[in-house]
Design a protein around this ligand. Structure first.
Ligand code: UGA
Length: 427
């Protein structure tokens, strides 16, 4: 099938490239000419494991093309809208990019082209998009197909989806969507067909539910520290209950990234607006916001001085993304308090540097970051930090102090080498 994709950010580029590996021909549109120029020559514009491999292969096989010109989507049979829905100041999702993509697309696509909303939009939005289209005098149908890919493992998640959700209004839309997602993509994956609004809710509630799980385990980690219990064993013992599940039970410095904080706030905004109490969600948001200062306080209480090494600035391992990163939030607080920080991340150094945070120096290597500092603070769970050679490191630092907010280093071994170790959820 001939498919168009509007927006080549994380969602659009991964979806476009991966759908082009199936029996589809894909044209991706982005208003940024710079991005399009790079993608045309197979240069990946986002950091995502294996994406460059699939991008090059689809370019070689003429299965994917890139353009900044909407005229190039005129003969697509289905169009995925994958543009950003950033938070407005009040927490609501800003849908301006979606409306302008719809405007530009309607001018060129045929009346039978199905417009599929993949961007995360608040419940009820797609119905409004449909009304908007009808009011403009067009007849194109809207469908939804929310995205559940995680940054860093997006290709794996695409190929091993837990479920695929489609919001549809008629049988024809169902047929088109099933034609796009061929059986090799689906591989027996459960498909949920539902109405537009429920599909939008599924996306928000999934992200919010996981955020709530994380806030809860993070608070239980605080309690473990006070009563001398161990969060690692606790998470294992609790997570083995199939009704709870072991994923998203790793306590840490708080949740972040471009989705959880934005989507939890947007769902709260919708509930507040409709006067429906969302006490659990509100508590999770509040708990997570408070966590950044709690973590900064933990660092202040345990650091050996004000010259510290920060390992990891991305919001999690496997990505160069520093948007709403807990690490950055914590660094900001420490910067205000006059800490002098050597910062190192295997992927996000450039993105972090562009934030221009006072009292930080971005380092090219782990060794450069820890040299002559009196405390090592681990904020992101990169493999490189898990494999840190503590013996070598101990010769570079002025004080042997590690504050491991991801619980990834071998605590017993570090203690044996004479390090003072502070963890999450371990007294
Ligand atoms: C999240 C969802 O997991 C995806 O399903 C969804 O498609 C995506 O948002 C989106 O809406 O686009 P992502 O933002 O890439 O994916 O990140 P996650 O892997 O979910 O992690 C979110 C945050 O939770 C990170 O700060 C991470 O460090 C934290 N986390 C996660 C923990 O602290 N502990 C855990 O056990 C798991």
């Amino acid at each position: 099938m001939k498919i168009g994709v509007i927006g080549t950010g994380y969602v659009g580029l991964v979806s476009g490239v991966m759908l082009s590996t199936e029996d589809n021909s894909v044209i991706c549109i982005d208003k940024s000419k710079d991005i399009i120029t790079k993608l045309k020559i197979g240069e990946c514009t986002i950091y995502e494991n294996m994406l460059d491999h699939y991008l090059k292969s689809s370019l070689d096989n003429n299965k994917i093309s890139f353009s900044s010109n909407y005229n190039d989507i005129k003969d697509v049979e289905a169009l995925f809208i994958c543009v950003g829905t950033p938070s407005s100041d009040d927490g609501s999702a800003n849908l301006d990019y979606i409306y302008s993509s719809i405007d530009s697309s309607l001018e060129v696509v045929s009346k039978d082209c199905l417009i599929i909303i993949k961007s995360t939009v608040p419940p009820g939005s797609s119905k409004k998009f449909q009304d908007y289209i009808y009011k403009k005098g067009y007849h194109n149908k809207i469908a939804t197909n929310p995205e559940f890919l995680r940054e860093g493992t997006a290709i794996y998640d695409f190929q091993n989806a837990d479920r695929i959700v489609f919001g549809i209004q008629n049988e024809q839309s169902k047929k088109i969507l099933l034609d796009i997602y061929k059986s090799d993509v689906l591989k027996g994956t459960e498909i949920v067909f539902t109405d537009l609004t429920t599909s939008e809710m599924i996306k928000y509630v999934s992200n919010s539910f996981l955020s709530i799980k994380l806030s809860f385990i993070n608070e239980m980690a605080n309690l473990c520290e006070k009563i001398d219990a161990n969060i690692h064993d606790l998470s294992k013992g609790v997570g083995l209950d199939k009704r709870i599940g072991s994923m998203f039970l790793n306590a840490g410095p708080g949740y972040g990234g471009s989705c959880f904080p934005k989507d939890t706030n947007a769902l709260k905004f919708v509930s507040d607006k409709l006067n429906v109490k969302s006490l659990v969600l509100d508590a999770s948001i509040e708990s997570n916001l408070a966590r950044y200062s709690l973590m900064a306080k933990k660092i202040e209480d345990n650091a050996g001085g004000k010259k510290i090494a920060i390992l990891g600035m991305s919001f999690k391992a496997g990505t160069d993304d520093v948007r709403d990163s807990p690490a950055v939030e914590i660094i900001n607080i420490l910067s205000e308090k006059g800490y002098d920080m050597n910062c190192y991340d295997p992927a996000s150094n450039n993105n972090f540097r562009s934030l221009n945070i006072r009292n930080t120096k971005t380092c090219k290597s782990l060794n450069e970051a820890v040299k002559d500092t009196n405390t090592i603070v681990i904020l992101t769970e990169w493999e490189e930090f898990k494999e840190i050679n503590l013996e070598d490191i101990s010769k570079l630092v002025t004080n042997k102090i590690i504050i491991d907010l991801r619980n990834i280093i071998d605590r017993d071994y570090a203690l044996k080498l004479g390090f003072e170790v502070t963890n999450i959820g371990i007294a």
